[in-house]
Design a protein around this ligand. Structure first.
Ligand code: PAF
Length: 281
């Protein structure tokens, strides 16, 4: 497993591999890896001959009041987790490497970035799209793997990849969950034991909505009421959003009469957890 610590080394590696006719698959991460990331890495192998994992806590996708400084980091542990998986290269740039002095060009995603997390985290998807484009360019990847847990992120990246004709295959990987249903996330490490127990409400309320749909309820206000009813009134919990949107456009629906997604962001203590569930009428 090669360790590439700057943009020039990454580009040189990518050029060498491309010249040898090898297809490169990228797994972009912000590190502090868990089994969800490792599942993306294992899936990557099926899409090309070389797998590169990037580890970069991207400052431009964090708002001024968000957890950039506190975001969990443990590079040595990450490298130890990746080594047995047959990863070919790990790209660990410094911020100044991806955003050199004078950096002033961003990708601004359109409508797909407006609702849900985009409405609550202004500029978040601009930062995500920008860094993902930079990573696509530096790694020369032919394919890249993203988790479905970040459903809106996946939609924004697919749109950007198509609109800017990047020629990268976007591979979506199903959300990897803990045995009690909580979606794996690096931010789960912030939760205290009590908060961790409360966090299972996130998948449970989505399950409640799916169950209500399965029993014939199609009106979105009724489905959302079922979801709200699954949330106890506790001071540690603050619902940031619970919405049911069209699975393609992410526009709000009044009736689930086409493929839809129930998306939730719940703050447990001080940790904001997101999750989503596909709803098929
Ligand atoms: O999903 C993430 O971890 C990040 O948003 C990504 C795609 C690595 C970009 O920083």
């Amino acid at each position: 497993m090669e360790r590439l610590t700057d943009a020039a080394a990454m580009r040189a590696w990518a050029r060498r591999e491309a010249a040898a006719g090898r297809r490169i698959v990228l797994v972009p991460t912000m590190g502090f890896l868990h089994d969800g990331h490792l599942a993306l890495v294992r899936a990557a192998r099926a899409h090309g001959e070389r797998v590169v994992v990037s580890i970069f806590v991207n400052p431009t996708q964090f708002g001024p009041a968000e957890d950039l400084a506190a975001y969990p980091r443990d590079l040595e542990r990450d490298l130890a987790l990746l080594a047995p998986l047959g990863v070919d290269a790990v790209f660990t740039p410094a911020p100044a490497d991806l955003y050199p002095p004078g950096f002033d060009t961003f990708v601004v995603p359109g409508k797909l970035a407006a609702p849900l997390c985009g409405a609550r985290r202004p500029g978040h998807f601009r930062g995500v799209a920008t860094v993902v484009l930079i990573l696509f360019r530096l790694t020369g990847c032919a394919a890249a793997v993203f988790g479905e847990k970040d459903y809106q992120q996946l939609a924004v990246i697919r749109r950007m990849t198509a609109d800017l004709q990047l020629g990268v295959e976007i591979v979506a990987h199903p959300t990897v969950r803990e045995p009690d249903g909580l979606a794996m996330s690096s931010r789960n490490s912030y939760l205290s034991a009590d908060e961790r127990r409360l966090a299972t409400l996130v998948p449970r309320l989505l399950e409640r909505i799916a169950g209500e749909l399965a029993s014939g309820t199609r009106r979105v206000p009724d489905l959302l009421s079922a979801g709200h009813a699954a949330l106890p009134d506790r001071p540690e919990l603050r619902l940031d959003y619970l919405e049911i949107v069209d699975a393609e456009t992410l526009e709000p629906l009044t009736t689930v009469d086409r493929p839809a997604v129930a998306a939730v962001a719940l703050v447990v203590g001080t940790t904001r957890l997101i999750d989503n569930r596909r709803l098929i009428p």
